[in-house]
Design a protein around this ligand. Structure first.
Ligand code: PEP
Ligand code: MG
Length: 591
């Protein structure tokens, strides 16, 4: 039966595919397709993993046999018997074989997919004892996965096949054709999303998350349709259900009828045509009708994103979120050499165009590792985040600064500092930069000049601009956090998402004043939060005087189209009216 789930829009477009339900902790297993002639070998690989676990348990049982009841309580013996029994479970074995043989999933993916199905069955059981076996099943699967780690099969990523847009024909024909897959999880961390960048999924849906949560931001950068904050989607949708993601409306349609499929197939093709049309603007300079030049820059997460930024026509990188180099590494942070190589790769990829490297901004909804989510602090977004974290660990901060300064010898580098608010933090940050330079000098290591900028993303910063303008070469407005902190709305919490409002008069005032003050003092200013890539806000930001926008590469051409149609001499008085209106949304409508 067809039904719809409503969530929040993240990235535009339509995806149609089969649901793959994954617990977030299991997202970081590899997801790829194998070749048909690898099926037997892949099944054998899972079997070998399982056999290794069986052997491990047998060894444990033998050891236990020599122990007394104190060291080896009977419960442990019974538990091992249960685990051995579950390792032979027909539903597990049969399911894994099915996913490998019929869907050509790699072994790990097949195992976690089948585990999700079994876990659901356990959840539905009346019998409390049987329900508790769920944890045992999860344990043995985790152990098989671990055992398989040593025997990874060669990665054969048939991404193009998997993400190929299924035509309506495909969907109505044979079930066994390759169709896109849509990932559904309760939650995905930004680190999960990184794994995702190389994966085969054509879209994703999460139960939780806000529009500007970092998970949503990475999804936008991947330019695949996605919906977050879809509440109970991971419970309502079943493995392998057909789903449609309408990224523009933030709606998920489950088990669509042929008529609905046809409708969305049409919408999908329209979207593709529209994107194709925008390509014509690729080499057109971003200049308004009244001759104002606008700089369009890209936000990137990894050096590997830089070529896509160039390809999309970006005139530089306005925000390289360096923290993504630090995530999902089980606490082992990248050393100076590794960071230097990464920054240098980004700088060289941009072929002489500027690259703005932001110093690490972990914390809040960007934990270093999923396993170290910050539950210890009540308000991680107000805690030891971004520059506060860097200043709390000078050795780590200096390592990053040295790496950035060294990369600056290979091209134009701007160094951007997140979350500053206090004069003391500014002084300490600048002193660290001087110290990093001096350390390199003392060792005769080559480094280059950098322009130093601050993010304006805390209201306190926006309200003490003169202090920032005195110390920095440029400012970049982080509207995602500026909105969060001005309105006291957790940007990652879908339950208050309706209150997260870029057009609140207070937000507009802070943004407008920052732009105006920078312009008055001749200091470059850009917006690098999600507002910059939102085409519905392009005219307003232009009217407020903004001439530098940094956004996901996928948004650049659509924003450029708005710029080409704009006349800033007319937009300026209108934008001032919007800025001072009690209801800016209404005021915007009265052009
Ligand atoms: C912002 O806060 O607007 C920003 C660009 O930084 P991030 O989204 O990484 O916090
Ligand atoms: Mg921020």
């Amino acid at each position: 039966m067809t039904f719809a789930i409503h969530g929040l829009t993240v990235s535009r477009g339509v995806a149609i595919g089969r649901a793959v339900l994954v617990a977030s902790s299991r997202v970081d297993v590899a997801h790829y397709f194998i070749d048909a002639d690898q099926v037997e070998a892949e099944i054998a690989r899972v079997r070998a993993g399982r056999d290794a676990v069986v052997e491990e348990i047998h060894r444990l049982q033998q050891n236990i046999a020599h122990m007394g009841p104190k060291e080896a309580p009977p419960e442990l013996t019974a538990l091992l018997d249960v685990h051995l029994m579950l390792l032979q479970d027909a539903e597990l074995i049969g399911g894994v074989k099915h996913w490998i043989t019929d869907r050509l999933y790699n072994g790990e993916w097949a195992l976690t997919t089948q585990l999700e199905i079994i876990v659901r069955h356990f959840d539905e059981m009346e019998d409390a004892y049987l329900r508790e076996r769920k944890a045992d099943m999860e344990q043995i699967c985790e152990r098989i996965l671990r055992a398989m780690k040593g025997a990874a099969s060669p990665m054969v990523a048939h991404t193009s096949r998997a993400v190929r847009k299924a035509s309506q024909q495909d969907l109505l024909l044979d079930d066994t054709v390759d169709v896109p897959l849509v990932l559904i999880a309760h939650d995905l961390s930004p680190a999960d999303m990184l794994q995702f960048k190389q994966s085969v999924f054509a879209g994703f849906i999460t139960d939780v998350g806000g529009k500007t949560s970092h998970t949503a931001i990475v999804a936008r950068s991947m330019d695949i349709p996605a919906v977050v904050g879809a509440r109970t989607s991971s419970q309502l949708v079943r493995q392998d259900d057909w789903v449609i993601i309408d990224g523009d409306a933030g709606v998920v349609i489950v088990d669509p009828s042929p008529i609905i499929l046809a409708e969305y197939g049409f919408k999908q093709r329209q979207g593709e045509l529209e994107r194709g049309r925008l390509q014509r603007l690729l080499h057109t300079p971003a200049v308004t009708m009244d001759g104002e030049k606008v700089q369009l820059l890209a936000n990137i997460e990894l050096p590997e994103d830089a070529p896509a930024a160039l390809k999309a026509g970006a005139l530089g990188v306005g925000l390289f979120r360096s923290e993504f180099l630090f995530m999902g590494r089980q606490g082992r942070l990248p050393d100076e050499e590794e960071q230097y190589r990464a920054y240098r790769r980004a700088v060289e990829s941009m072929q002489g165009l500027p690259v703005t490297i932001r110093t690490v901004d972990v914390g809040a909804d960007k934990p270093l590792d999923d396993s170290v989510r910050d539950d210890a602090h009540l308000n991680p977004a107000l805690g030891l985040r971004a520059i506060r974290w860097s200043l709390a660990d000078p050795a780590m901060f200096l390592t990053q600064l040295r790496a950035i300064l060294r990369a600056a010898a290979h091209g134009q580098v701007h160094l951007l500092v997140p979350m500053l608010a206090h004069a003391r933090e500014i002084r300490q940050t600048l002193a660290h930069i001087d110290q990093a330079r001096a350390m390199l000098d003392s060792k005769g290591v080559v480094h280059g000049p950098v322009k130093i900028g601050a993010m304006i993303e805390i209201p306190a910063a926006a309200l003490s601009l003169s202090m920032f303008l005195k110390h920095f070469d440029f400012l970049s407005i982080g509207t995602n956090d500026l909105i969060q902190y001005t309105l006291a709305i957790d940007r990652a919490d879908e339950s208050v998402a309706d209150l997260y409002d870029p057009l609140h008069p207070a937000v507009l005032r802070l943004v407008a004043d920052t732009i105006a003050e920078c312009r008055a003092q001749g200091k470059p200013v850009s917006v690098c939060g999600e507002m910059a890539g939102d085409v519905s806000l392009t005219r307003l930001l232009l009217g407020l005087g903004l001439r530098s926008f940094s956004m996901h590469p996928a948004q650049i051409l659509a924003v450029k189209q708005e710029i080409l149609r704009a006349d800033t001499s007319k937009l300026a008085p209108w934008a001032q009216r919007v800025r001072t209106a009690e209801d800016p949304v209404l005021a915007m409508a009265s052009a």
